[in-house]
Ligand binder design. Structure first.
Ligand SMILES: C[S@@+](CC[C@H](N)C(=O)[O-])C[C@H]1O[C@@H](n2cnc3c(N)ncnc32)[C@H](O)[C@@H]1O
Length: 290
């Protein structure tokens, strides 16, 4: 079923009060609610509630709750793409070829052609078997970028199964920081790094965006890849600029074709230059340079 994200920004203290009130009000329906720190210095926090079914009624209830807390504010809507991430991760029955990469499950180890770089994935509950157009687009783009630019350190933000971090580690033999907001994905990522014999190169961390002390130690990165959705990518543009090395590259995906120009504009506004776009199954993968 299509999900709609109802969201608005507020300060930290208000966000905590609103979160508690929403959790109580929507306890029976079990609607997911999240608070994300957008900008610590300016005290901007984003509250999101994920609704399906009768979104108008849910929105009216959210507005009533805000009014009850004397915190009336405009509530925005984002209709999320209709993707079943988990079902996608479990459909990894057939191997996938993207550029030089051969992404496969344990049962297809022997199908690798000579010259291909094999990535074995046990996706479990993490996204990233290579079957989705965003992942295969990133794999193809990463191959081109690594071959031309020889990065010395990389970040895979939103690593899921770690498929992209493993691809970079195998191709470039460089340290890769692999992060995800979801602790389950981070466990799967670490297991896949071990399975592919690149554990020494890949460090896994649970972190939303760039909120973790490790970034202070590991940045700036020569290469950042982030396959998350368009909206969070646009919000992260200033922080991407703050963590990329001069002349470094970023590869972005999780972006629908119609969202491409808005994402590019957000990054051009942060002194990035658009290099190329790959189109795969209605999704785009974008390469930008700083
Ligand atoms: C579409 S999956 C991509 C997985 C893998 N990198 C690939 O390309 O197949 C997006 C991943 O990003 C994570 N994610 C979403 N928003 C994030 C954020 N703000 N910070 C870190 N990870 C995030 C999700 O938990 C999910 O595992």
């Amino acid at each position: 079923m299509t999900q709609t994200r109802l969201h608005f920004t507020t300060g930290k203290i208000e966000a905590e009060r609103i979160f508690a009130a929403l959790e109580l009000a929507f306890e029976d329906e079990g609607l997911p609610i999240a608070v994300l720190e957008v900008d610590e210095d300016q005290d901007i926090h984003e509250v999101s509630l994920y609704a399906d079914g009768d979104v108008d009624t849910v929105e009216a209830r959210v507005k009533d709750i805000l009014a009850g807390l004397a915190l009336s504010k405009p509530v925005e809507r984002e209709v999320l793409p209709d993707i079943d991430w988990v079902a996608r991760s479990l459909e990894g029955l057939k191997p996938v070829r993207a550029g030089r990469f051969f992404v496969h499950g344990a049962h297809d180890r022997r199908k690798r052609h000579s010259g291909e770089l094999a990535i074995e994935i046990e996706a479990g509950l993490a996204f990233g078997t290579g079957h989705h157009g965003t992942t295969s687009g990133c794999l193809e783009m990463l191959e081109k970028v690594v071959r031309r630019e020889h990065p010395r350190n990389a970040l895979d933000l939103g690593t899921g199964s770690a498929v992209l971090a493993i691809a970079v580690a195998k191709l470039a033999h460089i340290p890769v920081l692999a992060t995800d907001i979801d602790p389950v994905a981070v466990k799967v990522a670490a297991a896949n790094a071990r399975l592919n014999h690149v554990k020494a190169l890949i460090e896994t961390v649970t972190a939303p965006g760039f909120h973790h002390p490790i970034f202070g130690r590991r940045a700036p990165f020569d290469l950042i890849v982030a396959n998350i959705l368009a909206r969070p990518l646009m919000r992260l543009a200033p922080q991407m600029a703050g963590h990329i090395a001069l002349g470094g590259s970023i590869v972005l995906s999780g972006i629908l074709e119609r969202q491409r120009d808005a994402v590019i504009s957000a990054y051009v506004g942060q002194n990035f230059r658009h290099v190329r776009t790959l189109y795969r199954e209605g999704w785009v993968t974008i390469h930008l340079k700083h």
